[in-house]
Write a protein that binds this ligand. Structure first.
Ligand code: 26W
Length: 793
């Protein structure tokens, strides 16, 4: 797309006048941003329309990525980068005398997700468009995104995220594509003319699903795909009743803020069915318009189920094929399995969704009938070969509950985990029985990240240096970063690399000052842990490391200065997680106010962690804390982002940390802790209190939780101490403590040799191309969605 700065300035003035009927000098930064977004949206419109027409004309197979969460982040900068217009527009904004930083910062970050799963979904949409795939997102347009986190006296306080208050310029309302979604009522199966049983729905409670489409612009490919998010509204005949509007709208009012514990609430079930039914209805309508014969569906449509939240898609497609398309069961089932594929993102038992049959039947009577039939046929087919014990455990219906993971596996032709160790653990733990029955369906697809957002945009100092040293090929092919290896011993390059890192640290230090009023030394080691607050991610172990350093300082120990940076939201109902948040803030208050720690140790807990804050923190990190108990973190993706910007990973052998070690070499990171196997073996005889008794440093630190050394954590300290000593430390914080300290000491020693540190940072950046989401979606595209030609072996 060739747009000159002059042309851009003209377009900008036109749109500003047309939308605000005012001169630029009178526009607020928000209006300046909205104007720019509308100009850019206009620039992408032609490619968007052409991409849709081209896919239809060439009968290209489409991928539909069903996810109850998406975290696209701010789109202005990434859309400009992907269109190749970033420099032109930045020059134009300067010529217009506008403060481009203020314009970019005015954009709201749609937090329509909790964490890893939602962000990965958005990275995949960016990657599919950037690799020329026809890949569309299908999700929910929540009126309120994930809560805004504020700290009051160190407590997490949740504030509604009113992200649509100033409208969202990137979306387009498509009421012409609205569909009806039916809830409740009852269904009679009446024999039709062809002897085929027809489902007749009575007394259903109908809701209108209205789609809002947002362009997903590929990186310099000209491919523009669609993220379709559905909003619930009353049907036309009921729209006049205010109560009705509220009742219907409630379905898409807010995102459930839990990222590990199933709420199990009816509204959540309504949400899951709502976007699945709306999505599949619109896919079938479009398909029939372009291809006609529904028996060809799997040749032209791949539907991906992102964790169990959209797993009802299996039953909903069956409903549409049986009741609307009048297909026979076997044919409908064959088409459904061929069309569906499922990714599991967690081994946490409490996160594996099950729905009480009663609730399911009341809300979705027809789907409940189909669930019974799927379950009956599954048992009938596999009982003789696999026996009742295994089949009973693998079946979707058990003890009055519908097990969504089982349904997703039985109804899909492919099932994958998100990192090697996780995909193996799926086969030996939560999905072991189904793996026995469907071994060929299982594969691994290790997660990835989009280097456009996390390096090209978030880390301009590094990106500029890379261009200068290895050319710009890496921007299109991240694997080309391996060329950096040949510079790993070039002192000139190494000092420029650390200068780039330092520039990012100065910028983050300014943000910490502005947000927390805390001054931190930019030349200290920036030690970062950014992820949801969860016991298995062990932010507590990190805090214990800080307290050990604090006590050492008190004893006069001299170590490299460290600034610990935390970003973490806790699910509002997750008491333990909120206790740890209070503890981190209390330790920060203690350390940051202690003159003995000045310039030696600081703790910055930045509130409201999300995509935009991650972009400010990640490029400034020296150490990446990936310290979950081995066998608990499915993959992790912040580990990949921090690696790509040159942080050294302090890691357990968990999730994708293992593959990061394989890629960059074990000397390029600090590995510690029990392996998954060792942790499993230790579990039966683990005695946390004994560990507490025998390690004096640990004993002192655990006692600090309740002896007043850390002010203002009376109840939280007691709660955390109880989890450790009374509930036997579920996530082995005490077991891994000593090794964690040792690994930190190794990092301290390394920090003393900046050239050696920079060399290892270089190794990590050089190896990070392997974790590009472009490669990940191409593996999905070849091996699961079959939208790309098989790779010649
Ligand atoms: C029902 C509540 C709920 C909501 C979200 C349960 C589980 C989830 C997600 C599956 C949790 C999640 O985000 N998992 C993370 O997914 C990332 C992307 O694959 C992985 O990198 C993380 O390891 C995994 O914890």
């Amino acid at each position: 797309m060739v747009i000159t700065t002059t042309q851009f300035i003209k377009d900008y003035r036109d749109v500003a006048l047309r939308w605000f009927a005012d001169g630029l000098e009178n526009l607020s930064p928000l209006q300046q941003y909205q104007t720019l977004a509308l100009v850019v949206k206009g620039y992408a419109a032609r490619d968007w329309a052409r991409s849709k027409a081209h896919a239809d004309k060439t009968q290209q197979k489409q991928v539909y990525y069903f996810s109850i969460e998406f975290m696209p982040g701010r789109l202005l900068a990434s859309n400009l980068l992907n269109l190749g217009l970033k420099d032109v527009v930045d020059a134009g904004l300067a010529k217009l005398g506008l403060d481009s930083a203020a314009v970019y910062a005015a954009e709201r970050d749609p937090g329509l997700g909790n964490g890893g799963l939602g962000r990965l979904a958005s990275a995949f949409l960016d990657a599919m468009a950037s690799t020329g795939m026809a890949g569309n997102g299908n999700g929910i347009r929540y009126r309120y995104g994930l809560f805004e986190q504020r700290f009051v006296d160190g407590y997490q306080v949740e504030v509604p995220d009113d992200w649509l208050r100033d409208s969202y310029p990137w979306e387009t309302r498509k009421e012409n594509r609205a569909v009806i979604v039916k809830f409740g009522g009852h269904v009679d199966l009446v024999p039709g003319a062809s002897g085929h049983l027809t489902a007749v729905y009575q007394g259903t409670d109908d809701v209108l699903a209205v789609p809002y489409d947002t362009a997903m612009i590929g990186y310099r490919t000209g491919t523009v795909n669609t993220m379709r998010l559905w909003a619930a509204e009353p049907t036309a005949e009921r729209a006049h009743a205010l109560a009705e509007t509220a009742r219907a709208g409630a379905i898409t009012e807010f995102l459930y803020p839990d990222d590990s514990d199933t709420a199990g609430r009816e509204l959540r079930l309504r949400q899951e069915y709502f976007f699945v039914s709306a999505g599949l209805q619109s896919i079938l309508t479009h398909f029939k318009r372009t291809h006609g014969d529904v028996r060809l569906l799997p040749n032209f449509v791949a539907v991906h189920i992102n964790d169990t939240h959209p797993a009802m898609a299996v039953l909903e497609l069956m409903r549409l094929l049986l009741d609307e398309e009048q297909l026979a069961w076997d044919q409908a089932w064959q088409l459904t399995v061929a069309t569906m594929s499922y990714t599991n993102h967690t081994l946490m038992a409490e996160a594996l969704e099950t729905w009480p049959l009663g609730m399911f039947q009341d809300l979705l009577p027809r789907l409940a009938q189909l669930a019974f039939e799927v379950d009956r046929r599954f048992r009938a087919r596999y009982l003789s070969r696999f026996g009742s014990v295994l089949v009973n455990r693998a079946a979707p219906l058990q003890d009055g509950q519908l097990h969504m993971a089982n349904l997703a596996v039985i109804g899909s032709h492919a099932v994958n985990g998100v990192a090697k160790i996780h995909s193996e653990l799926l086969k030996t733990t939560v999905l072991a029985d189904l793996y026995q029955i469907f071994p060929d369906r299982f594969s691994n697809k290790t997660n990835g990240i989009t280097p456009r957002r996390w390096v090209q945009l978030a880390d301009v100092p590094l990106a500029t240096l890379l261009d200068d040293v290895i050319g710009t090929k890496w921007r299109h092919q991240p694997q080309a970063l391996v060329a950096l290896r040949s510079h790993a011993s070039d002192p000139a390059f190494l000092s420029r690399l650390m200068a780039a890192k330092h520039e990012n640290k100065v910028r983050l230090a300014a943000l910490i000052q502005a947000t927390l009023g805390l001054e931190v030394p930019a030349d200290a080691m920036f030690d970062v842990q950014i992820k949801r607050l969860h016991a298995y991610k062990r932010q507590l172990l990190h805090v214990f490391g800080i307290l050990e350093h604090y006590l050492a300082i008190k004893k006069g120990a001299v170590r490299p200065p460290r600034v610990h940076v935390f970003g973490a939201k806790a699910a509002p109902s997750y008491r333990y997680a909120k206790a740890v948040i209070r503890l981190i803030n209390a330790v920060a208050a203690l350390v940051n106010a202690d003159p003995d720690c000045a310039g030696k140790l600081a703790v910055a807990f930045l509130p409201n962690y999300g995509v935009s804050l991650a972009e400010a923190i990640i490029p400034a990190a020296d150490v990446s804390e990936q310290i979950s108990l081995a066998g608990t973190e499915a993959s992790g993706t912040s580990n990949m982002k921090l690696m790509a910007t040159g942080a050294l990973t302090l890691a357990t052998l968990d999730g994708a940390n293992i593959e990061i070690r394989d890629a960059a070499g074990k000397e390029s990171m600090a590995v510690f802790g029990l392996t998954e196997q060792e942790a499993k073996a230790l579990r039966p005889q683990y005695n946390a209190r004994e560990r507490y008794e025998r390690d004096p440093v640990l004993h002192r630190i655990v006692d600090m939780l309740t002896d007043g050394s850390i002010p203002n954590i009376e109840s939280e300290g007691r709660e955390i101490r109880a989890e450790l000593l009374d509930y036997n430390d579920t996530y082995f914080v005490l077991a891994d403590f000593a090794d964690y300290l040792a690994a930190n000491r190794r990092l301290d020693a390394l920090w003393g040799d900046p050239v050696a540190w920079a060399k290892l940072a270089t190794e990590n950046i050089a190896a990070s191309g392997r974790f590009s989401a472009d490669l990940t979606v191409q593996r999905y595209g070849r091996e699961i969605w079959r939208v790309l030609p098989e790779q010649p072996v």
